[in-house]
Every structure is written in C-alpha cells, then in structure tokens.
Design a protein around this ligand. Structure first.
Ligand code: HEC
Length: 234
C-alpha cells in the first residue's frame, strides 16, 4: 500500500514536471515486478536494505563503468569477444562462490596486465569487496528497484552516490569520457550549468548516459533538477 502511494506520488511529480516540456516522452520506471523480496527500497542512497548484492543497481553499473567504456568490453568493441554490459557476459568470467573467478584475477593483477589497464585507475577495495561478496552469494541476477527519495536533495546524500555508481569510472581524471571529469560537486555542477549533462541523462538528443547502461528512472533524473533548482547544496 505504501509502495502504491509512493508510486502515485511519483507519477504526479513526473506529470507536473513534464507538462512544461510536452515533447519529451514520459517514461515511468516501475522497476521489476517480478521482484517480491521486499528488500529493495531502503536507505537514502542506492544501497538496498538487505545484505544481498543487487546485480542491476550495484554490480552492473560498476562493471560498465570500469570495463565497458568504448574500445573495451562494450557491446560494439567486445574486446576479446567479451561484452560486459549484460549479466550473461559478466557471468562468463565468474564462477559462483569461487574466489578464483577470472573477473577477480583480472582486476587484482599488478602491473600492465591489470584490468582495467593502466593508466586507468584500478578498482578500489570497496568495489573489489562488493564483487567478491556478490560471487560469494552465488553471483545471481538479483534485480532491485532503484531507491528514490527526492526530499532535501544534497550532493553528498543524493547526487554523489549516483555519480559514483553510474558515471565516475568513465569520467575520472585517468579516464575522461568526452573529456569530462565528474569527480566532485563543482565539476558535476558546472556540467549541469554549462554542459549537456541533463540532456545526456534524459536521453533527449545528446550522447545517452550512462553510456552502455539503462536510462535513469525519472525520479533519479529529477534529483539532479531539484539539486540545481535548490542552488546545488553540498
Ligand atoms: C562506459 C563509460 C561511460 C559511462 C558509464 C558514462 N559515460 Fe558519459 N561519456 C562517455 C564517453 C566516451 C563520452 C563521449 C561521448 C560519447 O562517446 O558518447 C561521454 C560523454 C558524456 C557527456 C557529454 C555528452 C554530449 O553529448 O556531449 C556527458 C554530459 C556525460 N558523458 C555524462 C555522464 C553521466 C552523468 C554519466 C552517469 C549517469 C555517464 N556520463 C556515464 C563515457 C561514459
């Protein structure tokens, strides 16, 4: 019942938002109706309440960010025949419950053979631990609904978690997709003010972002607009 109320609320917000720009298609993200675990909607960030790792909101964006940039393991290049933008692609280099999984070996190598290859940054400990945890839990395709809370939007609580999960791997100093770096609040702010940021996450004519991933829910897109309207609070 509460979910229904939240959903109705989101629709109202979306409609209100889109009446001013009628030419844009309104897409309402409903998540995966097949997921009935009830564990998915907690927290303020993108982290689920339950301790089990979500494939779509945690593992996939991490891999896309660090392995599927163009020229690497994206749908088009498929370096070494490997498309790492799908569950089956990623599973082809993972053995459930095995810490000897190919994926873990590649990201933990030292020197030039490491993935992603230098000068790109290596995955940090938190990212490696998340992948280990996912593999230890059986490397399942658990689908979670993106949590979405648009009350008192701030960089630290609302924007940074999205950027870090979905964008930063391809937009950091050592790997600047389109020459754009999104490592801190002021860089994100200036892209919103001067750049194609909103157009790229709304998929309205710029390069669609997150590149190779799914479009953000309307509510997540709305967070960036609320943040801008509020004067970019930290
Ligand atoms: C897999 C790598 C990758 C991911 C993930 C990614 N980007 Fe990009 N981004 C790129 C590349 C490469 C370009 C250069 C244009 C192109 O190739 O499409 C780019 C371009 C852009 C542009 C300029 C768009 C234009 O039309 O000029 C913006 C803004 C942007 N990204 C924002 C983001 C945001 C926000 C996210 C997260 C929601 C994100 N990107 C996720 C690789 C990525």
């Amino acid at each position: 019942m509460r979910k229904l109320a939240i959903f109705a609320f989101l629709i109202t917000i979306s409609l209100a938002l889109y009446t001013s720009c009628k030419h844009e298609p309104t897409q309402i993200y409903t998540g995966n109706p097949a997921d009935t675990t009830g564990n998915n909607n907690g927290g303020n960030n993108n982290t689920p309440k339950s301790d089990s790792v979500c494939f779509n909101t945690q593992v996939l964006p991490l891999i896309i960010n660090n392995c599927a940039m163009s020229g690497c393991h994206d749908k088009i290049t498929r370096e070494e025949g490997l498309d790492l933008t799908t569950y089956s692609g990623i599973r082809s280099i993972v053995t459930p419950y095995s810490m000897n999984s190919e994926l873990l070996k590649e990201i933990q190598r030292t020197g030039s053979k490491r993935m992603p290859p230098p000068p790109m940054a290596a995955l940090d400990t938190a990212a490696i631990n998340l992948l280990k945890k996912w593999i230890n839990q059986g490397a399942t395709n658990k689908i979670c609904i993106d949590d979405c809370d648009t009350s008192s939007v701030k960089y630290s609580t609302h924007i940074a978690p999205l950027i870090n999960t979905y964008c930063k791997g391809c937009h950091q100093t050592s790997s600047q997709g389109g020459g754009i770096v999104l490592e801190n609040a002021s860089q994100v702010q200036s892209q919103i003010v001067n750049g194609k940021f909103l157009c790229s996450i709304k998929w309205t004519g710029c390069s669609n972002m997150p590149k190779g991933g799914s479009k953000f829910s309307n509510c997540n897109i709305r967070k960036f607009e609320i943040w801008q309207n509020a004067g970019f609070p930290q």
